[in-house]
Design a protein around this ligand. Structure first.
Ligand code: CU
Length: 590
């Protein structure tokens, strides 16, 4: 696998430099990819000129004699050209689809049915070399015979370990080379969870940030009609997915990813966070959507590598949050803004019949890195998309949808349930003497170090997640589902951090005497069973972690103790790749 793009850029810079010497022109400056160039390219794109597309839908079941029955899908990963904006040329991406022609950025939305298992064969049809740079000095899948390693994880889903998309279960085109955890071609998703929003994406060790940046991601829904239908939420054409992702573009319109790291003597290419200048929704930069004066259900996924979004609507219309990640709430919550970490999902209703204006912009105010970085307000990345509200036409069906007054009983955890085990999980960031980040670890350990988290299947644990870095991190635990219960600031943080850096032991460092600062209330719209929990810097974030099905309180109907196990990690992809990820092994229930 060659780093063609970086080499091409080096050649371009070299040729341009020759041209400068020969012709005294400024070609070298043009070939140098600076943030000013990236901002110039993004700034040249007129906003709100491309209509928001919806990804094609693929049913993960079929109806036979009136009953939903299982199917076996084959979904490929292809290189194709994608046009991110009217004024950008089509450019290479890696995308999912049932054929190269139908593949999209993001991939097709898979609609599964509760209780109907789905088998998917994920096929890798990618070329010999990656379209984006990568870094062999972080722990990375490097096939001997070339090709782009990929493996697919269904985020938020409860499924057997051999179908989890373990980072070491990667494979290249035609399954020619396979990682050490590879088991079989067909992945089995039991769809035993309640209805909710999931997504599928690449999970290859050391390459996740590049593979997702290239486009290997898509939405996945589990429907449960007996729960969904009585809620009378907007449906069909009024039920839409918004997959938000920031991207930068080179002057030739291709996806930009840096070739040089922040500490290149340690990692030649790796950087701690990717931030794009342009905001794409469903694969278009700053699109617009024409809506009627009625309610819409918007399933909003932040599929960015590292950027948080704090979205709001420019005319003050509220979001009625009905669900987050793979669960409904116990009742809808109206909010004027929504903070969405990478990999987090909010399921909302917006009532455009109440819109006081015809143009409604979706704005973003989340600093990057979050929470203490640069503010996007007033800049390009402070805008996401626009809704254009049009009057209802004579042929429009009446809007009989509702924002239900109650939803599901299992979403609410009012008191910490009895737990079988308590763990302290500490996030660390390591820097060069000049302050450049070199890597991030959980509990001072790497992904390849021996497993330390071995919960019993069927139990509930309480995890106290201690963030000793300067940034917020989205915690994601495979298989399990999480309920945020307490967020409390650490006092005398420097003393505690120094002790932890030396001893890596929260009890020895008297965590109870430091976790006594102000408690930040858990937002009502995050009080449900989630797959991603935001972990703020300088706080202890306490999370109930359920290793069972939370709606029925039943154990998993499969063996979760098998090889190759699961993982948990930070969902900032640049962190996950280096190496903010740890193995997770379940023990049998007693
Ligand atoms: Cu992180």
């Amino acid at each position: 696998m060659a780093q063609n793009r970086c080499r091409r850029q080096l050649v371009a810079v070299f040729l341009a430099a020759v041209a400068v010497v020969a012709a005294h022109n400024s070609a070298a400056a043009a070939a140098q990819v600076t943030s000013a160039v990236l901002q110039m390219v993004a700034g040249s794109l007129q906003m709100y000129v491309d209509a928001l597309p919806q990804m094609p839908k693929i049913n993960g079941y079929r109806i036979h004699h009136g009953k939903a029955v299982p199917v076996h899908l084959t979904i490929g990963m292809f290189q194709k050209n994608w046009r991110f904006h009217r004024d950008l040329p089509p450019t290479p991406v890696f995308v999912f689809g049932q054929s190269p022609d139908s593949a999209t950025f993001p991939g097709p939305t898979i609609v599964a049915r509760h209780g109907v298992p789905l088998v998917v064969t994920w096929e890798n049809h990618l070329p010999a070399a990656h379209i984006l740079p990568w870094d062999p000095t972080v722990h990375t899948a490097i096939p001997r015979k070339g090709g782009v390693p990929t493996v697919v994880h269904l985020h938020g889903s409860a499924h057997p370990p051999e179908s989890d998309g373990n980072s070491f279960a990667w494979f290249t085109a035609g399954f020619r080379e396979r990682g050490p955890a590879w088991r079989h071609t067909a992945y089995r998703y039991p769809n035993v969870q309640p209805s909710g929003n999931f997504w599928y994406h690449d999970h290859t060790v050391g390459l996740t940030r590049a593979n997702l940046l290239a486009g290997l991601l898509g939405a996945y829904v589990i429907e449960k009609p007996e729960v969904d239908t009585p809620m009378d939420l907007p449906y069909d054409d009024d039920d839409l997915h918004l997959v938000i992702a920031d991207r930068s573009f080179n002057v030739d319109g291709s996806l930009y990813m840096n070739c040089t790291g922040v500490a290149p003597n340690v990692h030649p290419q790796w950087r701690p966070e990717y931030f794009g200048e342009a905001i794409t929704v469903n694969g278009k930069a700053w699109p617009f959507l024409t809506v009627h004066r009625r309610r819409y259900r918007l399933r909003i996924l932040n599929a960015s590598n590292a950027r948080y979004f704090n979205i709001s609507l420019s005319n003050g219309l509220p979001f009625y949050v009905v669900g987050s990640d793979a669960s409904y709430l116990s009742a809808p919550v109206a909010v004027s803004s929504l903070l969405i970490s990478p990999a987090e999902i909010f399921d909302v209703v917006v009532d455009f019949s109440q819109s006081p204006t015809t143009d409604v912009e979706m704005l973003n105010s989340a600093p990057y890195p979050f929470p203490t970085g640069t503010s996007p307000v007033g800049n390009l990345n402070g805008k996401v998309m626009k809704f254009v509200v049009t009057p209802n036409g004579p042929l429009d069906p009446p809007d009989n949808s509702t924002v239900p007054d109650h939803e599901v009983p299992y979403a609410s955890v009012t008191a910490v349930p009895p737990t079988t085990n308590t763990r302290y999980i500490a996030f660390y960031e390591y820097r060069t003497p000049s302050g450049q980040t070199t890597h991030l670890y959980i509990n001072g350990l790497r992904m390849e170090d021996p497993v330390t988290e071995t919960p019993r299947s069927g139990t509930t644990e309480l995890w106290h997640v201690i963030n000793l870095t300067g940034d917020d991190h989205p915690l994601h635990i495979h298989l399990a589902t999480l309920h945020l219960v307490k967020v409390q600031q650490l006092i005398d943080l420097k003393t505690f951090t120094d002790c932890m850096t030396t001893n890596n032991d929260a009890v020895k460092c008297n965590v109870d005497q430091h976790a006594t600062g102000p408690v930040v209330p858990v937002p009502d719209h995050e009080k449900t069973w989630k797959n991603v929990v935001k972990v703020p810097p300088g706080f202890v974030t306490s999370v109930v972690v359920a290793f069972k099905l939370v709606d029925t309180d039943q154990p998993y109907p499969f063996d979760p103790t098998a090889d190759p196990g699961y993982v948990y990690h930070c969902h900032i992809l640049d962190h996950e790749d280096n190496s903010m990820m740890r193995p997770l092994r379940l023990l049998p229930s007693t």
